[in-house]
Write a protein that binds this ligand. Sequence first.
Ligand SMILES: [Zn+2]
Length: 110
Amino acid sequence: MTGRGNGSPAPSEDSLSCGRCGRPFPAPELDRLLWCDECVATARATARKAGWLAGTGLAAAFALWIALVQQPSRLVMGGWVGAVLATWWLGGRIGRELCFGVLRFRGRPR
Ligand SMILES: [Zn+2]
């Protein structure tokens, strides 16, 4: 968003190679872990998918446990549905952050 438009990117001493794909970029275009925008976007997309899967799996397991073990009556069904949705949302978020963290960590060269 910011930090752009201050001169044209010229290949010079302050150009660094991306920690993931290895392509050279001007230093300001790389982030903290020296990843280019494209690599960060790719990792984000992968993490989003993995997080969504993790959340869905977790919510499905939780729903199964509720159905088999709790066997809720109609009266409290709404609460359980809410709990499953919360698990799905939270599990998805946590899964995504975890996956993104792992991707970022493993992507570091040495
Ligand atoms: Zn890259």
